[in-house]
Ligand binder design. Structure first.
Ligand SMILES: C[S@@+](CC[C@H](N)C(=O)[O-])C[C@H]1O[C@@H](n2cnc3c(N)ncnc32)[C@H](O)[C@@H]1O
Length: 255
């Protein structure tokens, strides 16, 4: 089956249920309340098709994106065609990367913290700590597993009526190895475009990251402090452990 990440246009549509303007509003609120440095440059890790990029640039920031997939980078470069002075996209791995300049804010969206073991997690924090200015924030969307590792399934549809494209998305998590805390994440997307049907799949092994080991790796083994974690991108809803969590957001600050 074709790789979904090699077809960014369909990835973009399959995950287009987000309210990007409102999400960038929340990011700006976090910056206003918690950042100890003024923010000019935003770095997104695992940026993919860069759904937030144009909104971020529109608000005056410079955007830097890192992704491992060259097709995602090419697609996002085309999206940024009219903003080339404010956008830089780099093909690299979030596990171990370097940039020429430090940045003021880092984010990883939609659970895109892709690591397969503890060494990669520590290496990831090491790379972020080198490029993020002291006092700057690292914002993570859904990158910590606040629920036990059980099998999960989800289904949704999206539509672009102008382009006449309809997608049906099946999302699955399956436990792979409990000792290694590995699970398989699979996204199947059926695309109907002008009556033609095509199927895409993305499937990866990922290491689950539980709350207290996230705190250990980021704040005891790496130079960050935990600012807080909240449910569903809502700064009025700090996570207590009692709620059903949906897209929790986590905020670290570089010491
Ligand atoms: C779920 S998509 C998220 C894209 C985008 N951030 C968003 O919010 O829609 C995950 C992205 O992470 C990228 N990715 C996976 N492993 C990576 C790695 N080790 N380093 C950098 N990017 C990676 C994939 O190529 C893909 O574009």
């Amino acid at each position: 089956m074709r790789s979904l990440y090699n077809h960014p246009k369909y990835y973009d549509l399959a995950f287009s249920y987000r309210n990007i303007t409102s999400e960038v509003d929340t990011i700006e609120k976090c910056i206003k309340i918690y950042s100890k440095v003024p923010v000019q440059t935003v770095l997104e890790l695992g940026c993919g098709s860069c759904p937030h990029m144009l909104e971020i640039v529109k608000r005056g920031y410079t955007y830097v994106g890192i992704d491992i997939n060259p097709r995602m980078i090419q697609y996002s470069l085309e999206k940024a065609y009219n903003h080339q002075d404010k956008v830089k996209l780099v093909q690299a791995s979030m596990v171990d990367f370097e940039l020429d300049h430090q940045v003021d804010f880092v984010c990883t969206m939609l659970g895109s913290l892709y690591v397969q073991n503890t060494e990669q997690l520590i290496s990831h924090f090491h790379s972020v700590s080198k490029i993020l200015k002291s006092g700057g924030l690292y914002f993570l969307d859904w990158c910590v597993d606040f629920s036990p590792l059980t099998d999960v399934s989800d289904y949704w549809t999206t539509e672009d009526s102008l382009l006449n494209i309809f997608t049906e998305v099946n999302y699955r998590l399956r436990l792979h190895n409990i000792v290694e805390q590995l699970y398989t994440e699979t996204v199947d997307v059926k695309v109907t475009e002008n009556g033609r049907v095509r199927k895409f799949r993305e499937s990866h092994l990922r290491r689950a990251i539980y709350p207290q080991e996230f705190v250990l790796a980021s704040t005891k083994l790496s130079p960050f402090e935990l600012v807080g974690w909240w449910n569903n991108w809502n700064l009025n809803k700090p996570l207590t452990g009692k709620e059903r969590n949906v897209r929790p957001m986590i905020l670290l600050r570089r010491l």
